[in-house]
Design a protein around this ligand. Structure first.
Ligand SMILES: NC(=O)c1ccc[n+]([C@@H]2O[C@H](COP(=O)([O-])OP(=O)(O)OC[C@H]3O[C@@H](n4cnc5c(N)ncnc54)[C@H](OP(=O)(O)O)[C@@H]3O)[C@@H](O)[C@H]2O)c1
Length: 348
């Protein structure tokens, strides 16, 4: 994206500018620059938030590479989740006032000093919570919640396999599934990651780099298999995933880290009455995101406020080091979330 206001910027425009991450492509390199862009303001049912922290998501990495453009009508600025303080409210907002501390999914635009958010997406941040913790919640936890429970219909007593168990989504999903009373199995790529998954409640943790995960699941479950798989690996795992699902099992695909193409055994699908479903939080309508947020606030948020389940944070980078933060995630180094601090949290 070209830098806005490169020439001919008026004093008024400079005064109205805020900073945001702008993606610059030069030859084969991508640079994330903290630069001035025009201010944003809230419309009806929206609030303007001073962003304290945002977080890195795989979608941001793809979008920065030009492979995952923002949906039409949404901010082209990176950033799908934020925490911060409400600065002002648009017409029709009554439940929120300036000064309220919140975290929220963002419809893009989170890598910025300010962002406009629909009021229905806001989650109140308790006074004792840091903004850093708040920014670690929306994308990972709403993804885990919606896919385990709403799409995957996970029930107490069932067994779930969570791939990339030490990821942001994985560390949330392990805790949610355990809290429900499900048996949790995971895959991850290092002993440190597997250990963290066990600490969070996984009863079986498999190093997929050293073992055939499907054989390991068969052995641990005495060939019973699992009821649900939360999969972000995709094509390369398709056949093995289907082979270890129980009758009426569900495979929920949320990512394609291992490639887009796989081999589908229709016999397995038919004979075991399996469900194979793909979902994207970002592609959901505003109404759908608001509905999921409300359910999450009603069912899960009290457990988080009570400290029974909690976001896992690997590292905090200043927003001006967004390049380093993206590289860190791209290199698969994180356990849990990688946060970008936009403002210093003087209270925390
Ligand atoms: N559909 C949706 O709505 C939605 C929303 C949010 C996130 N997601 C997806 O969910 C996944 C997790 O997101 P996140 O932000 O939590 O990720 P993350 O924290 O960046 O962690 C991803 C982890 O996946 C593992 N991994 C990477 N490449 C792999 C491969 N080829 N095979 C197996 N494992 C691999 C790595 O851990 P190891 O060291 O263990 O290999 C990596 O650290 C991503 O695919 C993301 O795109 C989907």
């Amino acid at each position: 994206m070209d830098r806005p206001f490169a020439f001919g910027q008026t004093i008024e425009e400079i005064l109205q500018a805020m900073k945001a991450i702008i993606v610059k492509h030069e030859k084969d390199t991508i640079d994330l620059l903290w630069e001035n862009i025009p201010d944003v303001s809230p419309g009806p049912g929206e609030v303007l938030v001073d962003v304290y922290a945002t977080a890195v998501n795989r979608a941001d990495l793809l979008q920065a590479r030009g492979l995952y453009p923002a949906p039409p009508g949404e901010s082209p600025i990176l950033g799908l989740e934020v925490s911060g303080q409400i600065r002002s409210t648009g017409p029709g907002v009554e439940a929120w006032v300036p000064g309220d501390r919140i975290c929220s999914l963002a419809l893009g635009g989170g890598y910025a000093e300010q962002v406009v958010l629909p009021q229905g997406l806001l989650i109140p941040l308790p006074g004792h919570w840091s903004y850093t913790s708040g920014a670690a919640i929306p994308e990972a936890w709403l993804t885990a919640y919606s896919n385990l429970f709403l799409e995957g219909s996970l029930a107490a007593g069932e067994t779930v396999l969570i791939h990339a168990g030490a990821s942001g989504v994985g560390t949330a999903a392990i805790q949610l599934a355990c809290e429900l009373g499900a048996r949790v199995t995971v895959t991850a790529g290092s002993s440190e990651k597997l250990e963290r998954c066990r600490e969070l409640g996984a009863s079986i943790a498999i190093n997929y780099k050293q073992n055939d995960f499907a054989a390991a699941i068969n052995s641990f479950t005495e060939k019973q298999g699992v009821d649900l798989i939360l999969d972000c690996v995709g094509g390369s795992y398709l056949e093995q995933n289907l082979s270890i699902l129980k009758p009426f099992g569900r495979l929920i695909s949320i990512g394609l880290l291992g490639g887009t193409r796989g081999s589908l055994d229709m016999v397995a699908l038919l004979m075991k009455s399996l469900i194979l479903k793909g979902t994207r939080l970002r592609a959901r309508s505003r109404e759908s995101k608001v509905k999921i947020t409300k359910e999450f606030r009603d069912r899960i948020w009290p457990l988080m406020v009570a400290g029974k389940i909690y976001p896992i944070i690997d590292r905090v980078f200043p927003i001006t080091s967004a390049n380093l933060a993206h590289q860190y995630v791209k290199d698969n180094r994180n356990i849990g979330k990688v946060i970008l601090e936009v403002r210093t949290d003087t209270a925390g």
